[in-house]
Ligand binder design. Structure first.
Ligand code: ARG
Length: 546
Protein backbone atom coordinates (compact mmCIF):
# COMPACT_ATOMS: atom_id res chain seq x y z
CA UNK A 1 0.00 0.00 0.00
CA UNK A 2 1.03 3.58 -0.45
CA UNK A 3 3.61 5.33 -2.51
CA UNK A 4 6.86 4.93 -0.72
CA UNK A 5 8.58 7.75 -2.51
CA UNK A 6 6.20 10.37 -1.21
CA UNK A 7 6.60 9.49 2.44
CA UNK A 8 8.61 11.85 4.54
CA UNK A 9 8.61 12.71 8.19
CA UNK A 10 7.78 16.28 9.11
CA UNK A 11 10.47 17.85 11.23
CA UNK A 12 8.35 18.74 14.23
CA UNK A 13 7.27 15.13 14.60
CA UNK A 14 10.73 13.74 15.06
CA UNK A 15 10.94 13.49 18.84
CA UNK A 16 11.12 9.82 19.71
CA UNK A 17 8.42 8.83 22.16
CA UNK A 18 9.17 5.17 22.62
CA UNK A 19 12.12 3.41 21.04
CA UNK A 20 13.81 5.13 18.17
CA UNK A 21 11.32 4.55 15.36
CA UNK A 22 11.86 2.94 11.99
CA UNK A 23 15.21 3.00 10.21
CA UNK A 24 13.84 5.67 7.94
CA UNK A 25 12.77 7.80 10.91
CA UNK A 26 16.20 7.41 12.49
CA UNK A 27 18.01 8.32 9.28
CA UNK A 28 15.60 11.22 8.75
CA UNK A 29 16.65 12.66 12.08
CA UNK A 30 20.28 12.60 11.01
CA UNK A 31 19.40 14.14 7.66
CA UNK A 32 17.41 16.92 9.32
CA UNK A 33 20.37 17.94 11.35
CA UNK A 34 22.64 17.83 8.29
CA UNK A 35 20.17 19.92 6.28
CA UNK A 36 20.07 22.54 9.00
CA UNK A 37 23.85 22.76 8.93
CA UNK A 38 24.08 22.70 5.14
CA UNK A 39 21.37 25.18 4.19
CA UNK A 40 20.27 26.95 7.37
CA UNK A 41 18.37 29.51 5.30
CA UNK A 42 15.76 27.06 4.00
CA UNK A 43 13.45 24.74 5.88
CA UNK A 44 12.77 21.47 4.04
CA UNK A 45 11.56 18.09 5.04
CA UNK A 46 14.05 15.24 4.87
CA UNK A 47 13.60 12.93 1.90
CA UNK A 48 14.96 9.54 2.83
CA UNK A 49 14.06 6.50 0.78
CA UNK A 50 14.97 2.87 0.55
CA UNK A 51 17.41 2.50 -2.31
CA UNK A 52 17.30 -0.75 -4.17
CA UNK A 53 20.31 -0.25 -6.41
CA UNK A 54 23.23 1.72 -5.11
CA UNK A 55 23.09 1.47 -1.36
CA UNK A 56 20.62 0.73 1.40
CA UNK A 57 19.01 4.15 1.69
CA UNK A 58 19.18 7.38 -0.20
CA UNK A 59 18.71 11.03 0.68
CA UNK A 60 17.15 12.91 -2.23
CA UNK A 61 17.08 16.48 -0.94
CA UNK A 62 19.85 18.03 -3.01
CA UNK A 63 18.01 18.66 -6.27
CA UNK A 64 15.01 20.25 -4.64
CA UNK A 65 17.24 22.43 -2.53
CA UNK A 66 19.22 23.48 -5.57
CA UNK A 67 16.14 24.74 -7.32
CA UNK A 68 15.29 26.75 -4.20
CA UNK A 69 18.66 28.40 -3.64
CA UNK A 70 20.30 28.71 -7.06
CA UNK A 71 20.68 32.30 -8.15
CA UNK A 72 20.41 33.47 -4.55
CA UNK A 73 24.11 34.04 -4.19
CA UNK A 74 24.74 30.61 -2.72
CA UNK A 75 28.26 29.29 -2.68
CA UNK A 76 27.10 25.92 -3.97
CA UNK A 77 27.87 25.41 -7.65
CA UNK A 78 25.43 22.62 -8.41
CA UNK A 79 23.17 20.01 -6.77
CA UNK A 80 26.04 17.56 -6.55
CA UNK A 81 27.93 19.99 -4.32
CA UNK A 82 24.89 20.24 -2.05
CA UNK A 83 24.75 16.45 -1.91
CA UNK A 84 28.43 16.35 -0.93
CA UNK A 85 27.78 18.84 1.85
CA UNK A 86 24.73 16.95 3.10
CA UNK A 87 26.82 13.79 3.27
CA UNK A 88 29.66 15.57 5.04
CA UNK A 89 27.39 17.25 7.58
CA UNK A 90 25.61 14.08 8.67
CA UNK A 91 26.24 13.76 12.40
CA UNK A 92 28.41 10.82 13.22
CA UNK A 93 26.33 7.84 14.15
CA UNK A 94 26.73 4.12 14.52
CA UNK A 95 23.91 3.58 12.02
CA UNK A 96 25.85 4.63 8.95
CA UNK A 97 28.80 2.72 7.57
CA UNK A 98 29.55 4.94 4.59
CA UNK A 99 28.06 7.42 2.16
CA UNK A 100 28.68 8.35 -1.45
CA UNK A 101 27.20 11.00 -3.67
CA UNK A 102 25.91 10.24 -7.12
CA UNK A 103 24.83 12.37 -10.11
CA UNK A 104 22.80 15.44 -9.14
CA UNK A 105 23.43 15.03 -5.43
CA UNK A 106 21.81 11.76 -4.41
CA UNK A 107 23.39 10.75 -1.14
CA UNK A 108 23.73 6.98 -0.96
CA UNK A 109 23.75 5.64 2.55
CA UNK A 110 25.10 2.23 3.46
CA UNK A 111 24.10 0.97 6.88
CA UNK A 112 26.59 -0.46 9.26
CA UNK A 113 26.52 -4.25 9.42
CA UNK A 114 27.20 -4.17 13.10
CA UNK A 115 24.33 -1.80 13.73
CA UNK A 116 21.88 -3.93 11.72
CA UNK A 117 23.04 -7.05 13.56
CA UNK A 118 22.64 -5.26 16.88
CA UNK A 119 19.09 -4.17 16.00
CA UNK A 120 18.17 -7.73 15.19
CA UNK A 121 19.68 -8.93 18.42
CA UNK A 122 17.68 -6.27 20.27
CA UNK A 123 14.50 -7.43 18.66
CA UNK A 124 15.24 -11.02 19.48
CA UNK A 125 15.81 -10.16 23.13
CA UNK A 126 13.30 -7.38 23.73
CA UNK A 127 10.61 -8.24 21.23
CA UNK A 128 9.32 -6.73 18.05
CA UNK A 129 7.82 -3.74 19.85
CA UNK A 130 11.26 -2.20 20.04
CA UNK A 131 10.79 -1.53 16.33
CA UNK A 132 7.53 0.32 16.58
CA UNK A 133 7.34 3.39 14.36
CA UNK A 134 6.63 6.70 16.02
CA UNK A 135 3.34 8.33 15.14
CA UNK A 136 2.50 11.93 15.93
CA UNK A 137 -0.71 11.10 17.84
CA UNK A 138 -1.38 9.50 21.18
CA UNK A 139 -5.02 8.54 20.80
CA UNK A 140 -7.08 7.58 17.78
CA UNK A 141 -10.66 6.50 17.25
CA UNK A 142 -11.10 3.87 14.57
CA UNK A 143 -14.75 3.57 13.61
CA UNK A 144 -15.13 0.31 11.76
CA UNK A 145 -17.36 -2.68 11.03
CA UNK A 146 -20.50 -0.78 12.18
CA UNK A 147 -23.32 -2.95 10.82
CA UNK A 148 -26.97 -2.03 11.27
CA UNK A 149 -29.21 -3.71 13.80
CA UNK A 150 -31.81 -6.01 12.26
CA UNK A 151 -30.49 -5.36 8.80
CA UNK A 152 -28.01 -7.35 6.85
CA UNK A 153 -24.41 -7.52 7.99
CA UNK A 154 -22.90 -7.87 4.55
CA UNK A 155 -19.50 -8.41 2.99
CA UNK A 156 -18.96 -4.63 3.02
CA UNK A 157 -19.12 -4.76 6.81
CA UNK A 158 -16.77 -7.72 6.69
CA UNK A 159 -14.27 -5.68 4.67
CA UNK A 160 -14.62 -2.79 7.07
CA UNK A 161 -14.05 -5.19 9.97
CA UNK A 162 -10.90 -6.64 8.44
CA UNK A 163 -9.39 -3.35 7.24
CA UNK A 164 -10.35 -1.49 10.41
CA UNK A 165 -8.93 -4.17 12.67
CA UNK A 166 -5.70 -4.22 10.67
CA UNK A 167 -5.34 -0.46 10.92
CA UNK A 168 -6.09 -0.60 14.62
CA UNK A 169 -3.41 -3.25 15.09
CA UNK A 170 -0.86 -1.12 13.27
CA UNK A 171 -1.68 1.93 15.35
CA UNK A 172 -1.56 -0.13 18.52
CA UNK A 173 1.78 -1.55 17.47
CA UNK A 174 2.91 2.06 17.10
CA UNK A 175 1.94 2.72 20.73
CA UNK A 176 -1.17 4.72 19.89
CA UNK A 177 -4.11 4.27 22.23
CA UNK A 178 -6.87 3.11 19.87
CA UNK A 179 -10.56 3.35 20.68
CA UNK A 180 -12.04 0.63 18.48
CA UNK A 181 -15.58 1.79 17.90
CA UNK A 182 -18.45 -0.19 16.50
CA UNK A 183 -20.82 2.57 15.36
CA UNK A 184 -23.78 0.23 14.91
CA UNK A 185 -26.99 1.52 13.38
CA UNK A 186 -29.16 0.96 16.47
CA UNK A 187 -31.40 4.00 16.30
CA UNK A 188 -33.90 5.40 13.89
CA UNK A 189 -37.48 5.20 12.76
CA UNK A 190 -37.31 1.51 11.76
CA UNK A 191 -37.37 0.57 15.44
CA UNK A 192 -40.97 1.62 15.84
CA UNK A 193 -41.95 -0.90 13.22
CA UNK A 194 -39.68 -3.64 14.58
CA UNK A 195 -40.91 -3.23 18.13
CA UNK A 196 -44.60 -3.22 17.23
CA UNK A 197 -44.07 -6.28 15.09
CA UNK A 198 -42.29 -7.98 17.99
CA UNK A 199 -45.28 -7.26 20.27
CA UNK A 200 -47.70 -8.56 17.67
CA UNK A 201 -45.84 -11.74 16.70
CA UNK A 202 -44.51 -12.65 20.14
CA UNK A 203 -46.88 -11.50 22.86
CA UNK A 204 -44.57 -13.28 25.34
CA UNK A 205 -41.52 -11.53 23.89
CA UNK A 206 -40.01 -10.90 27.30
CA UNK A 207 -39.57 -14.60 27.93
CA UNK A 208 -38.39 -15.85 24.58
CA UNK A 209 -34.76 -16.42 23.61
CA UNK A 210 -33.20 -15.05 20.48
CA UNK A 211 -33.63 -18.37 18.67
CA UNK A 212 -37.40 -17.95 18.73
CA UNK A 213 -37.26 -14.87 16.59
CA UNK A 214 -34.86 -16.55 14.22
CA UNK A 215 -33.24 -14.58 11.53
CA UNK A 216 -33.64 -10.88 12.21
CA UNK A 217 -33.33 -9.96 8.56
CA UNK A 218 -36.38 -12.02 7.76
CA UNK A 219 -38.08 -10.47 10.76
CA UNK A 220 -37.14 -7.04 9.44
CA UNK A 221 -38.59 -7.79 6.02
CA UNK A 222 -41.82 -9.14 7.46
CA UNK A 223 -42.30 -6.10 9.65
CA UNK A 224 -41.54 -3.81 6.73
CA UNK A 225 -44.15 -5.62 4.71
CA UNK A 226 -46.67 -5.05 7.50
CA UNK A 227 -45.66 -1.40 7.69
CA UNK A 228 -46.08 -0.83 3.95
CA UNK A 229 -49.41 -2.61 3.67
CA UNK A 230 -51.34 -1.84 6.79
CA UNK A 231 -52.18 1.74 7.62
CA UNK A 232 -53.21 0.97 11.17
CA UNK A 233 -49.91 -0.87 11.84
CA UNK A 234 -48.00 1.96 10.26
CA UNK A 235 -49.52 4.50 12.60
CA UNK A 236 -48.81 2.29 15.57
CA UNK A 237 -45.20 1.96 14.41
CA UNK A 238 -44.86 5.72 14.10
CA UNK A 239 -46.25 6.13 17.59
CA UNK A 240 -43.83 3.42 18.70
CA UNK A 241 -40.84 5.52 17.65
CA UNK A 242 -42.11 8.41 19.70
CA UNK A 243 -42.65 6.17 22.72
CA UNK A 244 -39.18 4.66 22.34
CA UNK A 245 -37.55 8.04 22.04
CA UNK A 246 -39.59 9.30 24.97
CA UNK A 247 -37.89 6.56 27.00
CA UNK A 248 -40.98 4.44 27.75
CA UNK A 249 -39.75 1.39 29.65
CA UNK A 250 -41.49 -1.34 27.65
CA UNK A 251 -40.25 0.13 24.38
CA UNK A 252 -36.67 0.51 25.63
CA UNK A 253 -36.73 -3.10 26.72
CA UNK A 254 -38.01 -4.35 23.40
CA UNK A 255 -35.44 -2.23 21.60
CA UNK A 256 -32.73 -3.73 23.75
CA UNK A 257 -33.95 -7.22 23.00
CA UNK A 258 -33.77 -6.63 19.27
CA UNK A 259 -30.29 -5.12 19.58
CA UNK A 260 -29.14 -8.08 21.68
CA UNK A 261 -30.21 -10.54 19.02
CA UNK A 262 -28.30 -8.68 16.34
CA UNK A 263 -25.32 -8.30 18.59
CA UNK A 264 -25.04 -12.00 19.24
CA UNK A 265 -24.97 -12.58 15.49
CA UNK A 266 -22.27 -9.92 14.96
CA UNK A 267 -20.25 -11.36 17.81
CA UNK A 268 -20.09 -14.74 16.08
CA UNK A 269 -18.28 -13.04 13.22
CA UNK A 270 -15.92 -11.06 15.46
CA UNK A 271 -15.08 -14.12 17.48
CA UNK A 272 -14.14 -16.13 14.40
CA UNK A 273 -11.98 -13.29 13.11
CA UNK A 274 -10.51 -12.55 16.53
CA UNK A 275 -11.49 -8.91 16.29
CA UNK A 276 -12.06 -6.70 19.33
CA UNK A 277 -14.61 -3.91 19.08
CA UNK A 278 -16.38 -1.71 21.54
CA UNK A 279 -19.96 -1.03 20.62
CA UNK A 280 -20.99 2.60 20.84
CA UNK A 281 -23.88 2.77 18.46
CA UNK A 282 -25.84 5.66 17.05
CA UNK A 283 -28.18 5.62 20.06
CA UNK A 284 -25.27 6.54 22.34
CA UNK A 285 -24.79 9.89 20.63
CA UNK A 286 -28.47 10.74 20.32
CA UNK A 287 -28.64 12.76 23.57
CA UNK A 288 -25.77 14.96 22.38
CA UNK A 289 -27.34 15.95 19.08
CA UNK A 290 -29.46 18.91 20.29
CA UNK A 291 -26.55 20.68 21.98
CA UNK A 292 -24.23 20.04 19.07
CA UNK A 293 -26.75 21.40 16.59
CA UNK A 294 -27.34 24.38 18.86
CA UNK A 295 -23.62 25.11 18.73
CA UNK A 296 -23.53 24.84 14.95
CA UNK A 297 -26.59 27.00 14.76
CA UNK A 298 -25.08 29.68 16.98
CA UNK A 299 -22.11 29.72 14.63
CA UNK A 300 -24.50 30.49 11.81
CA UNK A 301 -23.96 27.23 9.99
CA UNK A 302 -27.48 25.85 9.97
CA UNK A 303 -30.18 27.09 7.64
CA UNK A 304 -33.69 26.12 6.83
CA UNK A 305 -34.25 24.63 3.40
CA UNK A 306 -37.50 23.09 2.17
CA UNK A 307 -38.60 22.49 5.75
CA UNK A 308 -35.39 20.75 6.76
CA UNK A 309 -32.41 22.10 8.70
CA UNK A 310 -29.31 21.96 6.56
CA UNK A 311 -25.68 23.04 6.29
CA UNK A 312 -24.58 24.39 2.92
CA UNK A 313 -21.04 23.41 2.04
CA UNK A 314 -18.97 25.06 -0.61
CA UNK A 315 -18.44 22.90 -3.67
CA UNK A 316 -21.49 20.69 -3.11
CA UNK A 317 -24.76 21.03 -4.96
CA UNK A 318 -26.86 19.57 -2.19
CA UNK A 319 -26.59 20.61 1.43
CA UNK A 320 -25.94 18.32 4.38
CA UNK A 321 -29.29 17.65 6.05
CA UNK A 322 -29.03 17.64 9.84
CA UNK A 323 -32.70 17.73 10.84
CA UNK A 324 -35.22 16.07 8.56
CA UNK A 325 -38.46 17.68 7.52
CA UNK A 326 -40.34 15.63 10.13
CA UNK A 327 -38.04 17.03 12.83
CA UNK A 328 -36.08 13.79 13.22
CA UNK A 329 -32.31 13.52 13.40
CA UNK A 330 -30.42 11.47 10.87
CA UNK A 331 -27.14 9.79 9.97
CA UNK A 332 -25.36 13.13 9.53
CA UNK A 333 -26.56 14.70 12.77
CA UNK A 334 -25.51 11.55 14.61
CA UNK A 335 -22.09 11.64 12.98
CA UNK A 336 -21.64 15.29 13.94
CA UNK A 337 -22.53 14.55 17.55
CA UNK A 338 -20.22 11.51 17.55
CA UNK A 339 -17.37 13.59 16.18
CA UNK A 340 -17.97 16.26 18.80
CA UNK A 341 -17.87 13.57 21.49
CA UNK A 342 -14.73 11.95 20.13
CA UNK A 343 -12.91 15.26 19.97
CA UNK A 344 -14.06 16.79 23.23
CA UNK A 345 -14.81 13.95 25.59
CA UNK A 346 -12.57 11.19 24.29
CA UNK A 347 -9.87 13.64 23.23
CA UNK A 348 -8.96 11.67 20.13
CA UNK A 349 -6.41 13.30 17.87
CA UNK A 350 -7.16 11.24 14.82
CA UNK A 351 -10.59 9.88 13.95
CA UNK A 352 -10.73 7.32 11.19
CA UNK A 353 -13.85 5.93 9.52
CA UNK A 354 -13.73 2.72 7.53
CA UNK A 355 -16.65 2.26 5.13
CA UNK A 356 -17.15 1.56 1.45
CA UNK A 357 -16.32 4.35 -0.98
CA UNK A 358 -20.02 4.88 -1.59
CA UNK A 359 -20.14 6.95 1.60
CA UNK A 360 -17.23 9.19 0.66
CA UNK A 361 -19.36 12.23 -0.04
CA UNK A 362 -21.14 11.95 3.30
CA UNK A 363 -17.79 11.97 5.09
CA UNK A 364 -16.32 14.77 3.01
CA UNK A 365 -19.35 16.91 3.68
CA UNK A 366 -19.53 16.38 7.39
CA UNK A 367 -15.76 16.79 7.81
CA UNK A 368 -16.18 20.10 6.03
CA UNK A 369 -18.99 21.10 8.35
CA UNK A 370 -16.72 20.31 11.31
CA UNK A 371 -14.02 22.52 9.81
CA UNK A 372 -16.50 25.34 9.32
CA UNK A 373 -17.43 25.00 12.99
CA UNK A 374 -13.77 25.36 13.92
CA UNK A 375 -13.60 21.88 15.43
CA UNK A 376 -10.75 20.85 13.20
CA UNK A 377 -7.71 23.05 12.57
CA UNK A 378 -6.84 24.54 9.25
CA UNK A 379 -4.56 21.80 7.85
CA UNK A 380 -2.10 24.44 6.70
CA UNK A 381 -1.45 25.43 10.29
CA UNK A 382 -1.81 22.28 12.29
CA UNK A 383 -2.39 18.71 11.30
CA UNK A 384 -4.20 17.38 14.34
CA UNK A 385 -6.81 16.64 15.38
CA UNK A 386 -7.82 15.29 12.06
CA UNK A 387 -10.39 13.01 10.47
CA UNK A 388 -9.90 10.49 7.66
CA UNK A 389 -12.26 8.40 5.67
CA UNK A 390 -10.69 5.11 4.67
CA UNK A 391 -12.91 3.93 1.85
CA UNK A 392 -12.86 0.60 0.07
CA UNK A 393 -14.30 -0.96 -3.07
CA UNK A 394 -17.12 -3.46 -3.40
CA UNK A 395 -16.80 -7.18 -3.08
CA UNK A 396 -18.14 -8.81 -6.23
CA UNK A 397 -19.37 -12.32 -6.99
CA UNK A 398 -18.09 -14.32 -9.96
CA UNK A 399 -21.01 -12.86 -11.95
CA UNK A 400 -19.49 -9.39 -11.55
CA UNK A 401 -22.39 -8.22 -9.39
CA UNK A 402 -22.39 -7.42 -5.69
CA UNK A 403 -21.35 -10.53 -3.82
CA UNK A 404 -24.10 -12.79 -2.47
CA UNK A 405 -23.64 -16.24 -0.97
CA UNK A 406 -25.52 -18.98 -2.81
CA UNK A 407 -28.75 -17.88 -4.33
CA UNK A 408 -30.49 -16.60 -1.25
CA UNK A 409 -30.77 -12.90 -0.79
CA UNK A 410 -29.57 -13.11 2.77
CA UNK A 411 -25.82 -13.36 3.28
CA UNK A 412 -24.90 -14.76 6.63
CA UNK A 413 -21.32 -13.80 7.17
CA UNK A 414 -20.94 -16.51 9.77
CA UNK A 415 -21.80 -19.08 7.13
CA UNK A 416 -19.34 -17.56 4.75
CA UNK A 417 -16.56 -17.87 7.30
CA UNK A 418 -17.66 -21.37 8.20
CA UNK A 419 -17.50 -22.34 4.57
CA UNK A 420 -13.92 -21.04 4.33
CA UNK A 421 -13.07 -23.18 7.33
CA UNK A 422 -14.81 -26.31 6.07
CA UNK A 423 -13.18 -26.00 2.66
CA UNK A 424 -9.78 -25.70 4.20
CA UNK A 425 -10.55 -28.61 6.49
CA UNK A 426 -11.48 -30.95 3.67
CA UNK A 427 -8.38 -29.92 1.75
CA UNK A 428 -6.25 -30.64 4.81
CA UNK A 429 -7.97 -33.98 5.35
CA UNK A 430 -7.25 -35.01 1.81
CA UNK A 431 -3.61 -34.22 2.23
CA UNK A 432 -3.32 -35.87 5.58
CA UNK A 433 -5.07 -39.08 4.74
CA UNK A 434 -2.99 -42.13 4.04
CA UNK A 435 -4.74 -45.45 3.38
CA UNK A 436 -7.95 -44.03 4.72
CA UNK A 437 -6.32 -43.06 8.02
CA UNK A 438 -5.53 -39.55 9.20
CA UNK A 439 -1.85 -39.38 10.02
CA UNK A 440 -0.34 -37.62 12.94
CA UNK A 441 -2.99 -35.00 13.76
CA UNK A 442 -5.34 -34.71 16.68
CA UNK A 443 -8.86 -33.44 16.09
CA UNK A 444 -7.94 -30.26 17.89
CA UNK A 445 -4.97 -29.63 15.63
CA UNK A 446 -7.15 -30.21 12.64
CA UNK A 447 -9.77 -27.75 13.90
CA UNK A 448 -7.25 -25.07 14.78
CA UNK A 449 -5.37 -25.37 11.54
CA UNK A 450 -8.46 -25.27 9.37
CA UNK A 451 -9.59 -22.16 11.22
CA UNK A 452 -6.23 -20.46 10.85
CA UNK A 453 -6.09 -21.29 7.16
CA UNK A 454 -9.76 -20.64 6.36
CA UNK A 455 -10.30 -17.38 8.23
CA UNK A 456 -6.76 -16.27 7.44
CA UNK A 457 -7.50 -16.75 3.74
CA UNK A 458 -10.54 -14.49 3.88
CA UNK A 459 -8.66 -11.78 5.77
CA UNK A 460 -5.61 -11.92 3.61
CA UNK A 461 -7.54 -11.86 0.33
CA UNK A 462 -9.25 -8.72 1.52
CA UNK A 463 -6.02 -6.99 2.49
CA UNK A 464 -3.88 -7.91 -0.48
CA UNK A 465 -6.33 -6.38 -2.95
CA UNK A 466 -6.14 -2.71 -3.69
CA UNK A 467 -8.30 -1.09 -1.06
CA UNK A 468 -10.17 1.20 -3.40
CA UNK A 469 -11.01 -1.08 -6.29
CA UNK A 470 -13.72 -3.70 -6.38
CA UNK A 471 -12.57 -7.29 -6.11
CA UNK A 472 -14.07 -10.64 -6.90
CA UNK A 473 -14.67 -13.00 -4.04
CA UNK A 474 -13.44 -16.50 -4.79
CA UNK A 475 -12.90 -19.29 -2.28
CA UNK A 476 -10.77 -21.18 -4.80
CA UNK A 477 -8.37 -18.28 -5.19
CA UNK A 478 -8.13 -17.31 -1.58
CA UNK A 479 -7.57 -20.88 -0.42
CA UNK A 480 -5.04 -21.68 -3.11
CA UNK A 481 -1.63 -22.79 -1.89
CA UNK A 482 0.07 -21.02 -4.78
CA UNK A 483 0.85 -17.39 -5.32
CA UNK A 484 0.13 -14.48 -3.06
CA UNK A 485 -2.30 -16.08 -0.60
CA UNK A 486 -2.60 -16.61 3.13
CA UNK A 487 -2.04 -20.32 2.70
CA UNK A 488 1.27 -19.70 1.00
CA UNK A 489 2.32 -17.26 3.69
CA UNK A 490 1.37 -19.67 6.46
CA UNK A 491 3.24 -22.40 4.64
CA UNK A 492 6.36 -20.22 4.50
CA UNK A 493 6.01 -19.56 8.22
CA UNK A 494 5.71 -23.27 8.94
CA UNK A 495 8.82 -23.90 6.86
CA UNK A 496 10.77 -21.30 8.81
CA UNK A 497 9.70 -22.90 12.08
CA UNK A 498 10.83 -26.25 10.76
CA UNK A 499 14.22 -24.84 9.70
CA UNK A 500 14.66 -23.43 13.19
CA UNK A 501 13.78 -26.82 14.70
CA UNK A 502 16.16 -28.68 12.42
CA UNK A 503 19.02 -26.26 13.04
CA UNK A 504 19.22 -27.61 16.57
CA UNK A 505 20.06 -24.13 17.78
CA UNK A 506 18.68 -22.90 21.04
CA UNK A 507 17.01 -19.52 20.55
CA UNK A 508 17.33 -18.72 24.26
CA UNK A 509 21.06 -19.26 24.01
CA UNK A 510 21.23 -17.02 20.99
CA UNK A 511 19.49 -14.30 22.96
CA UNK A 512 22.11 -14.47 25.69
CA UNK A 513 25.17 -14.68 23.52
CA UNK A 514 24.62 -11.53 21.47
CA UNK A 515 26.21 -13.44 18.64
CA UNK A 516 24.23 -12.34 15.61
CA UNK A 517 26.57 -11.30 12.87
CA UNK A 518 25.85 -10.69 9.22
CA UNK A 519 28.95 -11.94 7.49
CA UNK A 520 27.45 -13.56 4.45
CA UNK A 521 25.94 -11.19 1.83
CA UNK A 522 22.66 -13.13 1.97
CA UNK A 523 22.52 -12.65 5.73
CA UNK A 524 22.95 -8.94 5.22
CA UNK A 525 20.09 -8.78 2.72
CA UNK A 526 17.86 -10.70 5.07
CA UNK A 527 18.92 -8.51 7.99
CA UNK A 528 18.04 -5.37 6.07
CA UNK A 529 14.59 -6.70 5.23
CA UNK A 530 14.01 -7.55 8.84
CA UNK A 531 14.90 -4.15 10.22
CA UNK A 532 12.71 -2.45 7.65
CA UNK A 533 9.72 -4.07 9.26
CA UNK A 534 8.78 -0.94 11.17
CA UNK A 535 8.50 0.96 7.92
CA UNK A 536 5.65 -1.18 6.70
CA UNK A 537 3.03 -0.07 9.22
CA UNK A 538 4.38 3.44 9.00
CA UNK A 539 4.09 3.65 5.23
CA UNK A 540 0.67 2.05 5.30
CA UNK A 541 -0.55 4.57 7.84
CA UNK A 542 1.16 7.36 5.88
CA UNK A 543 -0.94 6.50 2.87
CA UNK A 544 -3.61 8.70 4.36
CA UNK A 545 -1.43 10.44 6.88
CA UNK A 546 0.32 13.09 4.86
N1 ARG B 1 -23.87 1.75 9.81
C1 ARG B 1 -23.27 2.30 8.63
C2 ARG B 1 -23.50 1.40 7.44
O1 ARG B 1 -23.77 0.24 7.59
C3 ARG B 1 -21.79 2.54 8.77
C4 ARG B 1 -21.39 3.50 9.86
C5 ARG B 1 -20.03 4.05 9.66
N2 ARG B 1 -19.64 4.95 10.70
C6 ARG B 1 -20.07 6.22 10.85
N3 ARG B 1 -19.65 6.89 11.88
N4 ARG B 1 -20.88 6.78 9.97
O2 ARG B 1 -23.40 1.84 6.32
Amino acid sequence: MGDETSTSVPAQEQEPAVGAGSVKQQLSRLVISSLRATVPEVEVEPMVEVSAKFADYQCNNAMGLWSKIKGSGTSFKNPNAIGQAIAKNLPSSDIIESTSVAGPGFVNITLSNRWVAKKIQDMLVNGINTWAPILPVKRAVIDFSSPNIAKEMHVGHLRSTIIGDTLARMFEFSNVNVLRRNHVGDWGTQFGMLIEYLFEKFPNWQEIGSQAIGDLQIFYKASKHRFDNDQEFKERAQQGVVRLQGGEEKYREAWKKICDISRSEFDLVYKRLNVELEEMGESFYNPYIPQVLAELSSKGLIQESEGAQVIFIEGYQIPLIVVKRDGGFNYASTDLAALWYRLNVEKAEWIIYVTDVGQQQHFEMFFNAAKMAGWLPDPKEKKYPKTSHVGFGLVLGSDGKRFRTRSTEVVRLVELLDEAKSRSKSELLQRLTENGKIVDWTDEELEQTSEAVGYGAVKYADLKNNRLTNYTFSFEQMLSDKGNTAVYLQYAHARICSIIRKSNKDVEELKMSGAISLDHPDERVLGLYLIRFAEVPFITISEFYL
